[in-house]
Ligand binder design. Structure first.
Ligand code: CA
Length: 227
């Protein structure tokens, strides 16, 4: 079940959204101010955040920017007014929301946005441009990588796999989740394929591939990336 955080100070709207999304089979957590919303979004695993722009204690834009600064890339749908400058700002790189809905809106409209954003939640849709760990630097946009002074040659699938693991840094991801998210349903490799890919990736990025420091095997569960 997907978990949605609603951050909205208008009590009746918050309750209506909560009730509606529950009937649509989402697990809903809510907060009535920006500070509490930020705390929940930072500390608990959410699949999506519905974030009001005007909030007490900490505004919606600050929440959004604060999360992105902490590399928390949970998709965010902002609830906004109709001002164009506001909307441009929200979707801009600095704040990094994924979508917005202008108030007043219908529940069906919001639901359509929620579903669309969750569908897009594939590693390729999440924008991490550059990332470094140990002496490895990766630029996902340019599809280049290096380790120390040496250039690394990763295949497109290796980039996608690495990105997926990085997005879920510190979490155990199952082989099935990797299959679904990185390979999608268009091909049918076995879970063994994943192991082979991880093995190859380790040869490229780890100092000691047989004792990996970053791409960790979690017995019976899957893999975990640690920085
Ligand atoms: Ca408000």
């Amino acid at each position: 079940m997907k978990r949605i955080l609603i951050v909205e100070d208008d009590g009746s709207l918050r309750e209506a959204l909560t009730a509606f999304l529950k009937t649509e089979n989402f697990e809903v957590v809510s907060a009535s101010d920006g500070k509490e919303g930020f705390r929940l979004a930072s500390q608990e695993k959410m699949d999506l955040i519905i974030l009001d722009l005007g909030l007490p204690l900490m505004g919606g834009l600050d929440v959004c920017k604060g999360l992105r600064d902490k590399r928390i890339m949970t998709p965010i749908i902002m609830l906004t007014g109709e001002k164009k400058e506001e909307i441009d700002k929200i979707l801009g790189l600095e704040f990094g929301a994924d979508d917005y809905v202008t108030k007043p809106f219908g529940m069906k409209e919001l639901l359509a946005r929620v579903k669309a954003v969750l569908r897009r939640l594939k590693p390729d849709a999440i924008e991490i441009e550059e990332y470094s760990f140990g002496d490895v630097s990766v630029n996902f946009k340019k599809q280049t990588a290096s380790k120390g002074k040496q250039e690394l040659y990763l295949t497109a699938k290796e980039f996608s796999l690495l990105k997926f693991l990085i997005i879920h840094e510190g979490e155990v991801v199952s082989r099935n989740a990797i299959l679904n998210e990185v390979w999608g349903y268009d091909r049918f490799p076995t879970t063994r394929t994943i192991d082979t890919f991880v093995h190859n990736l380790r040869q490229k990025i780890e100092d000691k591939p047989s004792q990996p420091a970053h791409l960790i095997t979690v017995p019976w569960s899957g893999y975990k990336f640690q920085k």
